[in-house]
Each structure stands twice: as structure tokens, then as C-alpha cells.
Design a protein. Structure first.
Length: 733
């Protein structure tokens, strides 16, 4: 008997890359929100976890590109090609369009949305963005919506393959835009005005006639220091995973540990309209009880400008001297900031010195008086940036990580292959066995459903006799079987959802049934498993896993006892056993004539006759089928889905002089894109006995006295049905 192995070849393929229109940083919706989002996305698991995109059924994030409407500043025109992070950034831009911005406020101290003169406007930020308490009119990019989009992106399979792939792509794009909206909110929760009920309106000045026109000084200033913002953004790190504070996405706004974004910013920073107050020379908290003002530190104007490497403006030196050390600013620390607020005659808000100013904000402290006004200037903003920009990125990235936290691990069953069928039927794979483990960190999966999805392209050259497979030329180079070998579109096969629950870390065995079989011509085959249900304490969430399967691997077993090998010349040579018997009196056939009477009779002569062989067939330790009698000159062929590393074929063969069990290790068939190597990896076929085989084959034959022939010289079978595989009686999975 003999075994020949699959050959593997890597073919260079071109992976298209498109340029992305890039912008500089500025803290406004046109640039800063998109760019903070790009930075956060590229720090998230979408880019840093090499397994996530595979589990989602996608190429790596840096190889994903999307066409979306074009934008230059606020001008929308035409279309651009965006990388994945860029598209999410555009989702952050879109979140401020129209009236959506009215929903970008949340005061965690009073649990309220933006409230002006006692009248609430819009929804709480988390309520708008999560829709976890029910749908909201005109909201189609919430986290709840995003979970619907991901289900459509993974499972939609209606119409033609090209049409359904287009719909899945659209769902992916809309999902990413929705994540951009959510990240926008994380960034707004790190702008103090958004969490301290400090309204600001940047639009519609109406020639100064709009009483609500009130631009944010914080945002206007930050728009001018794009270089500094970029560096601070780069220093941010995802807040999840790594802490137990975030059990649900709502926890990113507020949670019992007090580490929600809105909670932290509300208690740690003052804002333009909720600053400290001064009464009888004592600094007080003002509108909110936190942060508490510390002891003021006087800093000269000269020192402040020197820290930034800038000269003191001429208008100030004329008043304060040169160097400008005769004028100081009283910087008040609070929370994490050493310069949370400023009490200074140089601030534009200080108009009335030595008089009392009465405020009535109608909120926490209805009326209060202040001797002097605190104000926020660029030195305060610069100090706030050191904390808030990095946290905005960290919470944005952490929210994305949490959204995709549901993780399943898919592996082969404990024994056996994923699937094995009799190739002679040509019917494909209707059942696939797999091990599925809940690998979601610290969370059970409860009250949900599980669905298996086979994702693949198709070999447009496939033929049942394997003549549509790759071959190798005389130089060993792969030869494609036909033009357009690999289908451009991806195909799906799905099982019906089944009820399931997993404990934390629990592993289960499944047999998935596909009503529409996985075809024999599948290439780039991946088994994906999609859970929808409660993840931890969060209902209507999801978990996803995937395993790279071999392409249908054709293992052939041949009964070659219709020929017999005897020494001839310098090596062994195959002869039909009937010819040996008929010509036993002549060399080289006479070598089997043990008694030299020139008449064939066994015994005493060597038995050269072929016969039926019974086979019991096992793959990776599990019996998959049997053939009661494989005639001489015939073959059987199974098709298997196995792990890409290969599989073990065990044969218990009896008859025609054979008896006993042998195990053989085989490579798996490959026909898939290797994105990391920028190559298409394929396995080739060859000919044996005029049959096309993947050379995952075992051939049984007899020889005398030792074997030295090359199996590829074996004569073709003269059986009338030599090209037709014998049916295998399959064992139920």
C-alpha cells in the first residue's frame, strides 16, 4: 500500500487599497469628533484583536474599505472611500446633524436631559443612544439598532448571492456608522458642559437676534489646538476590558462604582456656565457640589505663556510689563486639574469688580451672589484636555470593545471530523458537528438562540470527477482549472436557530443541520456560530465565533489488487494479474512460478489474484462509514470537512490478502485567501490509474517479493466502472 500527500501552493493575489481623505484635529463636529473616533477605533479590538474580524466573517480591519457620501468640512458632496475607522468617524460626524444634538446631554447628578428654565429638551444621552427602554422616534443608529444590523450583516441570505452580499455589506456599514454615533456620545460625556446642564448653541446666530446662540468657548478654543489634541488622543487607552465596572453598555454613562463617563466629568470639572462662585473672599462650588475648589495659586502672565512657548501679547505687556510679571492669574485646582478655573481681571467675563452679581439658574442653587466672577480661559482648557481627551478616547474604544465582547470559540468535535459524506452522492454536507464554548469573559449566555452559518466562495470550475481542481505543471507550478475559478460573491448556508444557554466558560457539542447543503465546490470555507440573547446581565445582545474549516477534502481508497507488482529490470513493475497467470511460463512473470512447472497454480505459486476488500472507515477517531466489498480496480471516496491542519484516516481492511487496522495522517485541502501573506493558497490534484485524485489516498496492492515500484506507474483499471466511485454506507453523525 502507499500514501501520497496533497501539495500546497501560494499564489500572489492583489488586494486593493484605497486612499482615505484625512483631516487635522479640531474640537468640533466637522473634524474632532471624527478624528477622536478614528483614533479610538484603531485602539479598539476591531484593530488590535486579530481574531475579532475573523469571528465576524470579515477580512482584517485595515483591509476594509467602504464607499460613503463625501464630505469636506460641513459640505456633503459625491462619495469617498473610507477605511473602517474612517467610516466610524463619519458616523460620529453624522450624530450632530439635524436635531440629534439635542439628545447629547446627561446630568447624572439630577438624572436629567438638557433642561432650560425647567423645560427638558430631547432625551438623556444614554437613553437616546441605547434605546434599551424602547424605540425612540427618528432614532435609527442606536446600540439596539446596531445589534439588529449585526444580525443582518451576519445572517442575511435572500435573493441572489450577489444581492444578499450587498445587503450584508450595507448592514455592516450602517452598524459601523451607529458605533460612530455611540462614540460621539462618549466624547460628549467628557465635555463638561454636556454633563452639567450647560447649554450651548453654535448654530443659527441670526445676526445676533437669537437669544439662545451661545457658542462653547471650550470647543471653539480646542478647535485651534489640533496638534496638542492629537497627541493627547494618542495617549488614551481602552477602559474595557480590564475592569468589572462595565457590565452593560449603560454603565459607560453611569454605574454603581461611580466610574461612568458622565459621573466622572460632572464631579471633576466645572464648565462655562457652572463655574465656582466667590463670596466674601471664599471660593465656593456654585451650581454643583463637586468639584471642590482648592487653594488658589497665583501664576504670572509671563509664566503661563512661557509654558506654551509663546510670547506674551503686546496688549498685555503694555499693561503688565516686559517681562509680564506684574500681573497674575489666580488658578484654582479642583478634581484632577491643577488649573480647574481662574479668578482674574484679565478674563473677558470680569466686568464688574467690587459689586455683587446675583445669579438665578433655577436648578440646584436657585439664587446666589458672587463678589467676582470665575471664568475659564485657554490655560484652564489646556489643563482639562490632559485628562478629558485621553478619557474620551479610552471610553470610546472601551464601548466598542464591550459591544463586541460576546465571544464563542468553535473547534472540532471531541472525536471525528466536522463533517464527512460519501462523495459519490454529490449531495454536499447537511450536518456539521462542532464544539462550541462560551469564551465571553466573566459572563453567562442565557435565554438565547444559536445559529450556524457556513460562509464560502465557490469553485466555478468544480466537476464531480475532480477535473475542475488545481493541477501542477512539470515545473511544479500551480495551474488554474479554468478562468474565474473563485466566485466573486460570498455564499451562505444557515441552520435554523435553536434555543441554547451557556454558563461562564461552558463548552457544548452540537450537530448543526443545514437544509441547504454546503456544496462540494466550497472554497474559503468558514463555520460561523451566532448567539442572540442575554450576555451577562444584558438582554438582546450577541456573541459570535468562527472556525476555519478545510475545504471539502477528498480522501480516496483504491483497491489496486487487479494488478500485481513483480521485479522487472531495475525495479518493480505492475502487471494485470490475469496477464501474469496467462504468461506465467515467460519472464518476468515466471518469478511467481514457485515450482517451475510453467503452469500457474496457487499454491504453491504466489497468489497474484485480486479480490474484494471490506473497509471500515474512521476519521479522527470516529467511524464514518463502511464498504462491504470494494472490487479490484475500483475505489471509494469520502469528502470531509476537517481542521486545516489535517486529519487521521483509519482503515480496517479485510480481504484479498489484507487484514488489520492502519492509521494514516493526511493534509487537508486548501483553497482560500491568506490576507496576511497577500496570497491565494491552493492544493493540487494529480492522476493515478487515470483517475483524478487529491492524493489524499490509500492504495492497496500486492507485490513479490518486495515493493520498489512507483505508485504513479500503476496501470489503469480495466474495470468497466473504474471511473465510478463505489458507494459508502455512511454512519449517522
Amino acid at each position: 500500500m502507499n500514501i501520497d500527500m496533497i501539495g500546497r501552493f501560494a499564489l500572489g493575489v492583489g488586494l486593493a487599497f484605497a486612499a482615505c481623505p484625512c483631516s487635522t484635529f479640531a474640537y468640533d463636529n466637522e473634524v474632532t469628533h471624527p478624528n477622536l473616533t478614528v483614533v479610538a477605533t484603531e485602539k479598539s479590538a476591531l484593530y488590535t484583536d486579530p481574531t475579532l474580524m475573523f469571528r465576524l466573517g470579515l477580512a482584517p480591519a485595515d483591509q476594509q474599505f467602504f464607499n460613503y457620501r463625501g464630505r469636506v468640512g460641513p459640505i456633503l458632496s459625491g462619495a469617498f472611500t473610507y477605511p473602517l475607522s474612517g467610516l466610524i468617524g463619519e458616523g460620529a460626524f453624522d450624530e450632530d446633524r439635524g436635531r440629534r444634538a439635542i439628545n447629547h446631554f446627561y446630568d447624572p447628578y439630577l438624572d436629567r436631559t438638557l433642561t432650560i428654565l425647567g423645560v427638558p429638551f430631547g432625551n438623556r444621552s444614554w437613553r437616546w443612544m441605547l434605546e434599551d427602554l424602547g424605540p425612540i422616534a427618528n432614532q435609527d443608529r442606536s446600540i439596539a439598532d446596531a445589534r439588529g444590523y449585526i444580525a443582518r450583516a451576519i445572517t442575511f441570505n435572500e435573493g441572489s448571492a450577489a444581492e444578499s452580499e450587498q445587503e450584508r455589506g450595507t448592514a455592516w456599514g450602517t452598524l459601523l456608522l451607529s458605533l460612530g454615533s455611540a462614540m460621539h456620545h462618549m466624547q460628549d460625556m467628557h465635555q463638561p458642559q454636556h454633563v452639567r446642564n450647560d447649554d450651548h448653541l453654535e448654530q443659527y446666530p441670526m445676526l445676533g437676534l437669537n437669544p439662545f446662540f451661545n457658542p462653547s468657548r471650550y470647543e471653539l478654543y480646542t478647535a485651534k489646538v489640533d496638534g496638542a489634541i492629537a497627541g493627547l488622543a494618542a495617549s488614551g487607552a481602552p477602559v474595557y476590558p480590564g475592569t468589572s465596572d462595565f457590565q452593560s453598555i449603560r454603565d459607560f454613562w453611569f454605574n454603581s462604582a461611580g466610574t461612568g463617563s458622565a459621573q466622572y466629568t460632572n464631579r471633576s470639572f466645572v464648565s462655562q456656565g457652572t463655574n465656582f462662585t466667590m463670596r466674601f473672599g471664599v471660593a465656593n462650588t456654585g451650581t454643583y457640589p463637586l468639584p471642590l475648589p482648592g487653594t488658589a495659586v497665583d501664576v504670572t502672565v509671563e509664566e503661563l505663556h512661557a509654558e506654551e512657548g509663546q510670547p506674551v501679547p503686546t496688549a498685555i505687556t503694555s499693561l503688565c510689563g516686559n517681562p509680564a510679571i506684574d500681573c497674575t492669574m489666580a488658578m484654582y485646582p479642583a478634581g484632577p486639574s491643577t488649573r480647574a478655573s481662574t479668578l482674574s481681571i484679565f478674563d473677558q467675563d470680569l466686568r464688574a469688580r467690587g459689586v455683587y452679581v446675583t445669579y438665578n439658574d433655577g436648578d440646584i442653587t436657585p439664587t446666589y451672589q458672587t463678589d467676582r466672577l470665575f471664568a475659564l480661559n485657554r490655560f484652564n482648557f489646556n489643563d482639562a484636555h490632559k485628562t478629558l481627551i485621553g478619557r474620551a478616547v479610552g471610553y470610546s474604544a472601551g464601548l466598542v470593545n464591550h459591544f463586541f465582547r460576546g465571544k464563542l470559540e468553535v473547534s472540532p468535535p471531541t472525536t471525528g471530523a466536522y463533517a464527512v459524506v460519501d462523495h459519490s452522492t454529490g449531495q454536499g454536507f447537511t450536518t456539521v458537528r462542532a464544539t462550541v464554548k462560551n469564551a465571553t469573559s466573566g459572563a453567562a449566555l442565557q435565554s438565547g438562540t444559536l445559529q450556524a452559518i457556513a460562509r464560502f466562495h465557490r469553485n466555478n470550475c468544480y466537476q464531480a470527477d475532480l477535473s475542475g481542481e488545481w493541477t501542477a505543471d512539470d515545473a511544479g507550478q500551480p495551474v488554474p482549472p479554468c478562468p474565474n475559478y473563485r466566485s466573486a460573491e460570498e455564499h451562505l448556508r444557515l441552520t435554523a436557530p435553536e434555543s441554547v444557554a451557556f454558563g461562564d466558560g461552558e463548552e457544548k457539542q452540537f450537530t448543526f443541520t443545514f437544509s441547504d447543503p454546503i456544496p462540494m465546490d466550497a472554497t474559503d470555507l468558514v463555520l460561523q456560530v451566532f448567539y442572540r440573547g442575554t450576555v451577562g446581565s444584558e438582554p438582546e445582545s450577541f456573541a459570535v465565533g468562527a472556525a476555519d474549516l478545510s475545504e471539502p477534502t477528498f480522501a480516496t481508497v483504491m483497491n489496486g489488487t487487479d494488478v500485481f507488482e513483480i521485479p522487472a529490470g531495475s525495479g518493480g513493475q505492475f502487471f494485470y494479474y490475469q496477464d501474469i497467470i496467462a504468461n506465467v511460463a515467460r519472464a518476468p512473470y515466471s518469478i511467481v512460478d514457485i515450482n517451475g512447472d510453467q503452469v500457474y497454480a496457487s499454491p504453491p505459486d504466489v497468489d497474484v489474484r485480486g479480490g474484494d476488500i471490506r473497509y471500515d472507515i474512521s476519521v479522527d477517531g470516529k467511524k464514518v462509514g463502511e464498504v462491504a466489498a470494494l472490487p479490484p480496480g475500483r475505489f471509494l471516496r469520502i469528502a470531509a470537512l476537517v481542521k486545516p491542519g489535517g486529519f487521521n484516516l483509519r482503515l480496517n481492511a479485510t480481504g484479498a490478502g489484507f487484514g488489520g487496522t492502519s492509521t494514516y495522517s493526511f493534509a487537508a485541502k486548501l483553497a482560500q485567501i491568506d490576507t496576511a501573506a497577500n496570497a491565494y493558497v491552493v492544493s493540487v490534484v494529480g492522476k493515478l490509474r487515470s483517475q483524478t485524485l487529491h492524493f489524499d489516498s490509500v492504495t492497496y496492492w500486492q507485490y513479490y517479493p518486495t515493493s520498489s515500484a512507483k505508485i504513479k506507474t500503476m496501470l489503469p483499471s480495466r474495470d468497466a466502472n473504474a471511473s465510478t466511485p463505489v458507494a459508502v454506507t455512511m454512519t449517522p453523525p
